[in-house]
Write a protein that binds this ligand. Structure first.
Ligand code: ZN
Length: 250
């Protein structure tokens, strides 16, 4: 009946094309995703940024099911963010609402986006690996750094503690701006949840939101299925809304 897409890059969800893409994706910026899919498949198509689709999925049928005000974060190769407020996705003026991974104030290290001091320089898998390498001269994957931290390696623990403190700061900033009740965290780095969760909860408790209400911290439940399930939820939502509109085409 319809197709939903969760795609990398900053997208124009209304027009259905990609606005900004990293150089890992050749000719992706400007590509008319929904027009191409609708023409090929003969059904309506709807486009979301992949992290926006992730949060839609976790709210539709995952860890944050039914929540009204949610910050979604993916700690993967990079750090992605998505904002869900008042029961709907907030895309913002330029499709980039919720991009918490690329706001300065988290140190002074250069970020993959060209900025400095962004959360991504502390909390992405690539950054965990790099920060550990700087301290020790050893090359481990983010997962191996997590294992080392659990085995008592102080440098590995410090690297994860800095990531957890950064994530906590991002949560409290978002809570102060839009009063989210829930955060759902996915991406490969979240596989080290038993290590990471207390390293986020500690700084959050020390620096709680101004509302006086603690933010509920959840690990994503759907794994790699969150993006396709969220994209499908968007398509279903749009079709339902069209049918409900009087005089709308069937
Ligand atoms: Zn950045």
């Amino acid at each position: 009946a319809a197709v939903g897409v969760g795609a990398a890059g900053v997208v124009d969800a209304a027009l259905g094309h990609v606005l900004v893409a990293s150089d890992s994706f050749t000719d992706w910026a400007g590509f008319p995703v929904t027009a191409a899919l609708s023409a090929a498949l003969g059904v309506p198509a709807f486009l979301d940024n992949d992290v926006n689709a992730f949060v839609r999925g976790e709210i539709a049928c995952g860890a944050a099911a039914g929540e009204e005000d949610v910050l979604g974060m993916t700690l993967g190769t990079g750090v992605g963010g998505a904002l869900w407020t008042g029961g709907a996705l907030r895309t913002g003026a330029h499709g980039a609402a919720g991009e918490i991974g690329h706001i300065p104030g988290f140190g002074d290290l250069p970020c993959t986006c060209g900025g400095r001091g962004h959360l991504e320089t502390l909390a992405s898998a690539r950054s965990l690996r790099a920060r550990y390498g700087e301290r020790t001269g050893r090359e481990l994957s983010a997962r191996e750094v997590a294992e080392a931290a659990r085995d008592g390696d102080a440098d590995a623990h410090a690297v994860y503690a800095a990531a957890g403190a950064g994530v906590a700061r991002a949560i409290v900033m978002t809570a102060g701006l839009v009063d989210i009740g829930t955060v759902v965290i996915g991406g490969g780095v979240s596989n080290a949840w038993t290590l990471l969760e207390p390293l986020i909860q500690g700084p959050l408790a020390a620096e709680p939101p101004i509302s006086g209400h603690p933010v509920k911290l959840l690990r994503a439940a759907l794994g790699a299925d969150a993006v396709p399930l969220g994209a499908a939820a968007r398509a279903r939502h749009e079709l339902t809304a069209r049918r409900a509109r009087p005089g709308a085409a069937p």
